[in-house]
Design a protein around this ligand. Structure first.
Ligand code: CA
Length: 488
């Protein structure tokens, strides 16, 4: 009953609400004000309905009611159910569309981020490309530069090679010139000696002399010491020609004059000789020291030597002497074999002569030395001999005695070495470093054929002075040295 009453009231309200609309249609479309009012009223009514004063809304066709309005409860129920299902479906549709919207929005957002990322990547890629292009250009530049450098290097190498070959040519030319100069100096020296001899002979008048019968040795001898001043002490006065004592020519009964003599012959003795050695000279009554002609027994080898008859009982054959640096001792094998120097000054008797002399008997060796303060010492070895040239004149030495100290035993049983023939035990050539010829071991406790330095202690890149290790050491160059042998 209550439901029916409520429904009737609602119908009345609806009818009142529709009436103005019908009237508006009659007034025509020009009344905007009326339309706005009606819209306001509808909205207020719908808000009233939403507020829950009524559960249903009915839409009634615009027509004039004629007669009674009948609504059955059944039709109302059907309409309500239809509306409800429609609302539900609409809501579902709405939520579905909202979901779709959300998805689309999310997708859009995602795509937006991706687009940003793509743009960033594009920018990065552009930068990378630019960098690669730059690097490529740099590489190209480097390659070009390298090629240029290679060319330059090759050019420099060629230049260097040319310069080296030129230097070699110049060096060889220089060596040739040096040889020529040496030969010329030697000839001049010999000629000057010959002139002096001739002058003296002229001064003696027409007095017959044995000297006229003999001829001075030719310049085929090894060059004079004056011809080579490589090692000569530069501060030393030039060798005084006046010191050449009593010049006489070789007087010899020898049937075959030797061609081996390395010396310019100026013997001082009137004794004809030749003698076996200086002991033989002494025994023959010649007690004056000087130059004598010797010929070892069983040989045709004639050699002049200085005989020391006043020191240590005399009878000594001098085989080596140093005293003023006037002779270069840095010589080749051939010079050391044949001998060189001045018999009344510095000289080396020659290994071949030494070998034959020492073959005659048992000889002893005496090394007499003097330092720059005038102190004299000596070293003696009770036997001395050499092996033949086929064994490089190997030294065989006996026992030592003396007051100089033993600096030669270490060299015993060693072969002779020169700068052009290396027979020493050292990896390099000792003669090169010690600037002489010696029975070098590895290398030298004594170096009596080294460079003669004035004043004792010397400064040199190598230990190349005239030294005796046990007497002042290797850095002290001795003032005077004499090596001499004598039969025991
Ligand atoms: Ca060597």
């Amino acid at each position: 009953m209550e439901c029916l009453v409520c429904f009737a009231l609602l119908l009345l309200l609806a009818f009142n609400g529709l009436m103005p609309s019908a009237e508006r249609h009659k007034e025509g479309p020009h009344s905007d004000r009326a339309l706005k009012d009606a819209a306001q009223k509808r909205s207020s009514r719908s808000s009233d309905l939403k507020a829950g004063r009524c559960s249903y809304t009915f839409i009634v066709p615009q027509q004039k009611l004629k007669g009674a309005l009948c609504v059955s409860q059944e039709s109302i129920g059907r309409a309500a159910a239809a509306n409800h299902s429609e609302v539900v479906s609409l809501r579902q549709e709405l939520s579905r569309q909202q979901e779709q919207l959300e998805r689309v929005r999310a997708q859009l957002e995602q795509e937006g981020a991706m687009a940003t990322e793509v743009r960033a990547l594009r920018r990065e890629s552009g930068a990378m490309n630019a960098r690669i292009a730059q690097l490529y250009a740099e590489l190209l530049h480097e390659v070009t530069l390298k090629k240029g450098q290679d060319l330059e290097q090759r050019r420099l190498e060629n230049l260097l090679l040319n310069a080296t070959s030129q230097v070699l040519q110049v060096t060889s030319s220089y060596r040739e010139l040096e040889k020529k100069y040496e030969a010329l100096t030697s000839i001049i020296s010999n000629q000057s000696h010959l002139l002096k001899d001739l002058e003296k002979q002229c001064q003696l008048g027409n007095k017959p002399s044995q000297t006229e019968k003999e001829k001075a040795p030719s310049s085929s001898f090894p060059s004079s010491p004056k011809s080579n001043d490589v090692q000569r002490d530069q501060s030393a006065p030039p060798p005084n020609s006046k010191s050449v004592r009593g010049v006489q020519e070789v007087v010899t009964a020898s049937p075959a004059p030797s061609t081996d003599s390395p010396f310019i012959s100026f013997p001082v003795t009137k004794s004809p000789g030749p003698w076996r050695d200086c002991q033989h000279v002494l025994e023959s009554g010649e007690t004056t020291s000087g130059i004598y002609l010797l010929r070892p027994q069983g040989t045709n080898l004639l050699v002049q030597a200085w005989c020391e008859q006043s020191r240590a009982q005399g009878g000594w054959t001098v085989i080596q002497r140093r005293q003023d640096g006037s002779v270069n001792f840095f010589r080749t094998w051939e010079f050391y074999k044949q001998g060189f120097g001045n018999l009344d000054g510095e000289y080396w008797l020659g290994l071949e002569h030494l070998y034959w002399l020492a073959e005659q008997a048992t000889y002893k060796l005496r090394v007499a030395m003097e330092d720059w303060k005038g102190r004299h010492v000596f070293a003696e070895y009770d036997s001395f001999r050499l092996e033949p040239e086929s064994d490089w004149y190997r030294l065989r030495l006996g026992n030592y005695n003396g007051n100089a100290g033993d600096s030669l035993s270490w060299h015993s049983n060693k072969a002779f070495t020169t700068h052009d023939r290396d027979k020493d035990s050292y990896l390099g050539n000792c003669a090169h470093y010690h600037k002489g010829g010696w029975w070098y071991n590895m290398c030298a406790h004594s170096n009596l054929n080294g460079v003669w330095y004035r004043g004792g202690h010397y400064r040199s890149r190598y230990q190349d002075g005239v030294y005796w290790q046990e007497f002042h050491g290797g850095a002290y160059s001795l003032k005077k040295v004499t090596m001499m042998i004598k039969p025991t």
